[in-house]
Design a protein around this ligand. Structure first.
Ligand code: 7RM
Length: 649
C-alpha cells in the first residue's frame, strides 16, 4: 500500500496479560473460545443475538421486527414499546433489590447520600409530576445543567418516564454553550442548580443560565435545585425552586409506554468546525446495547459497588453512570467534585471507605495520578477493587502498566473500552474473563460489532497497517441522526464508505486481530510521506521517566510536509531545561525511529482539554503554527491553559 493512504506503525507492544484463574472462575464469559463462539454467532445472526439480549428488559409490547435497516437509517425493535425509567427503577421494586442502594453519592465538601431503588423511584415519580405540572410533555426537549449529584439522575429518569427528551449540558460549560444547545434543540424547560462545588470553589450554574437566557429563548421554565446555597437571582414567572414544586405533587407517576424508537436524549458533541452536533439516541435499542455491555464488559455481580468517575454531562455519564448500572440493578457510586480535592488521594480514600469493587475512569485522570505520585495511592487499602476500566482516549502503555500495578495491585483486569457519543455504548473492549489484554489496545469488538480497518478504497488492510476505523453493520445503540440535520448525519458518518459507519478514528489491527486506536484521523501527521498517528509518539514520550503527558501535532514544513511538534508536561520535580528537549527527541528516536523524532519540543504547564479530558490537538496545532485559535472552543475545560500556552510561544 502506498504511504499516502495508510498510517504507519512503529511502536509494537509485546506484553500480554491473561485473565487470572480466579477471575475466570466467576466470570460470565470465561474463555476466549466462548467469546469467539458468541461473537461469530452475533455477527452471523445479529437479530437473533439482540433479540435474546432484549429479553433481559421489560417490554410493554413486544417488537414485531428486531431491525429495519435502510442505510443510514436504522430502526431497532420496531413496534415494541417500553419505558427506560421503568426498566431502571420499577422492575427492581418487585425483587429483593427494592431496598438495595441504587446510588451512593459523595459531594465534594464530603456529604454522603444513599438512595435505594425504592427511594430513587419515588424521587423520579415526584419529579416527573413536577415536569408535567410545568407543561413538559412527551417529545418536549429539556436541558439539564446540573453537577454530578443524584438529582441529575432523577431529572434524566423523570424525562425518560414521561417521554420528554433530555439534553444534558456539562456543568463546566459557559452561558454561550447553553444558549447554543437551547436554540438547536428548541428546549422548553431547563433544570439546573444554584451552584456546584469544584475544587473548593462554587461554580455559578444559575448565573450562567441567566446569561444564556437573557434576550429570550424557547425556554419557558427553569427549575432550580438548591445545592450550594449561593445567592442567586430568581426570575419571576420563569424560575421555580425544585423543593417548592415537590410540595404540590404526588408520588405516583405511571411510566409512559413509548415506542422503541422514541427519542431518549440528544447529547451535543463538538465538531472541529461548525456548531456542535446533537447526537440523537432512542429508547429501545440504546437501552438494549447499554444493558448488554454493562453486563458482559463489567461482568457485574449483584454485590458490586461500581464507580464510573465520568461527569453526567459526558456520554459516559449517561450510559455508564446512570442508564447502564440502573437497568442492571447495580449500585452506582457518584462523586461530584475534583479528584484532587481536598488532596490528591480523594479517589483512593473513597474507594477504601466504600469498598468500591469496579473503577471505570479516563487516561487523563490516570496520567494526573501518576504525576501526583504513588504515595497518595499507597496510603489507602484498595484491595476491594476487582476490575478496572479506561475510556476516552488511547491509554498509553506506561499509564496502563501503572494503573494495573499501582491501582489494581497486579490483580485486576483492565477493560480499555473504545466507543463514542455516536455509538451510545462500548464497541471495542476486552471481556475481562475471556480476552487477554495488551497495554494500550482496546482488544476486540463487542458482540454484534463488525469493526474493520480500511484503506481509502474501503478494502480491509493487513496486520499492523494503519487505516480508518469503520463499523460495517448497524448496532442497537447507534445514533439515529444528528438532531435537525439529517444531511450532516449522512455526510459526516455515511458518505465516505456508503452503508458503513465512519468513526473518524485511525486504527490498526495486530497479528492477533487486536485493535490499536492511533487517534483521530484529522490529527494524523504526514512527515516526509510517512503517515503517523499521534498516539504512538505520545506514548513514547509518556514512557520517559520525566514526562507526565504529551500531545503531538503537525506544523507545515516546506521540506517534510509536516514537522512534528510535541507539547510536553513534566512530572513534579523535573525541570524544563533545554537539554531535556534533546533527551526527549533522542528518546522518541530510540523508541520509534528517526522519522518520529519531534522537530520541536515545547514544555507546557498543562494541555488544553475538554471537560471529559480529551486533549484538544486542534488548538495546539493552531498554536504551533502561530495562528489565532478559531473554531468551536465551547468544550474547553480551562481557558487559562490556552492563554499560558500562547505566552510560552
Ligand atoms: C466514550 C467517549 C469519542 C472518541 C473516540 C476516540 C476516543 C474513546 C477510547 C478512545 C482510544 C479508547 N465518547 N476514545 N475511548 N480512543 N481508546 N478506549 O469518549 O464521543 O466523547 O469521544 O474518544 O477518538 O472517537 S466521545
Amino acid at each position: 500500500m502506498p504511504a499516502e493512504t495508510n498510517i504507519e506503525s512503529h511502536l509494537i507492544e509485546k506484553r500480554v496479560f491473561k485473565p487470572s484463574a480466579e477471575f475466570k472462575r466467576r466470570a460470565r464469559i470465561s474463555s476466549f473460545a466462548e467469546y469467539e463462539r458468541m461473537y461469530r454467532e452475533s455477527i452471523a445472526r445479529p437479530e437473533k443475538f439482540w433479540a435474546r439480549e432484549a429479553k433481559d428488559l421489560v417490554w410493554r409490547k413486544k417488537w414485531d421486527r428486531v431491525l429495519e435497516w435502510k442505510s443510514p437509517f436504522a430502526k431497532w425493535f420496531v413496534g415494541g414499546k417500553l419505558n427506560v425509567s421503568e426498566n431502571c427503577l420499577d422492575q427492581h421494586l418487585h425483587t429483593f433489590r427494592r431496598n438495595k442502594a441504587a446510588i451512593i453519592w459523595e459531594g465534594e465538601p464530603g456529604e454522603k447520600r444513599t438512595l435505594t431503588y425504592q427511594q430513587l423511584h419515588r424521587e423520579v415519580c415526584r419529579f416527573a409530576n413536577v415536569l408535567k405540572r410545568n407543561n413538559v410533555g412527551k417529545g418536549d426537549r429539556v436541558i439539564i445543567y446540573l453537577p454530578t449529584i443524584p438529582e441529575a439522575a432523577v431529572a434524566m429518569l423523570a424525562c425518560a418516564r414521561i417521554g420528554a427528551v433530555h439534553s444534558v449540558v456539562f456543568g463546566g460549560f459557559s452561558a454561550e454553550s447553553i444558549r447554543e444547545r437551547i436554540s438547536d434543540s428548541g428546549a422548553v424547560a431547563l433544570i439546573t442548580a444554584d451552584g456546584s462545588h469544584r475544587r473548593g470553589a462554587i461554580v455559578q450554574l444559575k448565573n450562567n443560565v441567566d446569561h444564556a437566557l437573557s434576550g429570550g429563548t424557547s425556554v419557558k421554565r427553569v427549575i432550580v435545585f438548591r445545592r450550594a446555597g449561593n445567592e442567586i437571582h430568581m426570575e419571576p414567572g420563569r424560575d421555580i425552586w425544585w423543593h417548592r414544586e415537590l410540595e404540590y405533587v404526588e408520588a405516583n407517576c405511571e411510566p409512559e409506554p413509548l415506542d422503541a424508537e422514541h427519542p431518549l436524549y440528544i447529547l451535543y458533541t463538538s465538531g472541529s468546525t461548525g456548531k456542535p452536533k446533537g447526537i440523537l439516541h432512542t429508547a429501545g435499542g440504546y437501552l438494549v446495547g447499554i444493558h448488554s455491555t454493562m453486563k458482559y464488559v463489567f461482568d457485574l455481580r449483584e454485590d458490586d459497588l461500581y464507580w464510573c468517575t465520568a461527569d453526567v454531562g459526558w456520554v459516559t455519564g449517561h450510559s455508564y453512570v446512570v442508564y447502564g448500572p440502573l437497568a442492571a440493578g447495580a449500585t452506582t457510586f457518584m462523586y461530584e467534585g475534583a479528584p484532587n480535592w481536598p488532596e490528591p488521594d480523594r479517589f483512593w480514600r473513597m474507594i477504601e471507605e466504600n469498598r468500591i469493587t469496579i473503577l471505570y475512569t479516563a487516561p487523563t485522570a490516570i496520567r494526573a495520578f501518576i504525576r501526583w505520585g504513588d504515595s497518595w495511592v499507597k496510603k489507602h487499602d484498595l484491595s476491594s477493587l476487582r476490575l478496572l476500566g479506561s475510556v476516552g482516549e488511547p491509554i498509553n502503555p506506561e499509564a496502563w502498566m501503572w494503573y494495573y500495578n499501582v491501582i489494581g495491585g497486579g490483580r485486576c483486569p483492565i477493560v480499555d473500552t473504545w466507543w463514542q457519543t455516536e455509538t451510545g455504548g462500548i464497541m471495542i473492549t476486552p471481556l475481562p474473563g475471556a480476552i487477554p489484554t495488551k497495554p494500550g489496545s482496546a482488544t476486540l469488538p463487542f458482540f454484534g460489532v463488525d469493526a474493520a480497518v480500511v484503506d481509502a478504497h474501503g478494502a480491509e488492510v493487513g496486520a499492523n497497517v494503519g487505516g480508518k476505523l469503520i463499523i460495517r453493520k448497524p448496532w442497537p445503540s447507534m445514533l439515529r441522526t444528528i438532531y435537525g440535520d439529517t444531511e450532516r448525519f449522512r455526510k459526516q458518518y455515511w458518505s465516505e464508505y456508503p452503508g458503513e459507519y465512519l468513526t473518524g478514528d485511525g486504527a490498526r489491527r495486530d497479528k492477533d486481530g487486536y485493535f490499536w486506536i492511533v487517534g483521530r484521523i484529522d490529527d494524523v501527521l504526514n512527515v516526509a510521506g510517512h503517515r503517523l498517528g499521534t498516539s504512538e509518539i505520545e506514548s513514547a514520550l509518556v514512557a520517559h521517566a520525566k514526562v507526565a503527558e504529551a500531545a503531538v501535532v503537525g506544523r507545515p514544513d516546506e521540506i517534510k510536509g509536516q514537522a512534528v511538534v510535541a507539547f510536553v508536561t513534566l512530572k513534579g520535580d523535573a525541570k524544563p531545561k533545554a537539554e531535556l528537549k534533546t533527551e526527549l527527541r533522542d528518546h522518541v528516536g530510540a523508541q520509534i525511529g528517526a522519522i518520529a523524532k519531534p522537530d520541536e519540543v515545547r514544555f507546557a504547564e498543562a494541555l488544553p482539554k475538554t471537560r471529559s479530558g480529551k486533549i484538544m490537538r486542534r488548538l495546539l496545532k493552531e498554536i504551533a503554527t502561530g495562528q489565532t485559535v478559531s473554531g468551536d472552543i465551547t468544550t474547553l475545560e480551562d481557558f487559562s491553559v490556552l492563554a499560558k500556552l500562547r505566552e510560552e510561544e
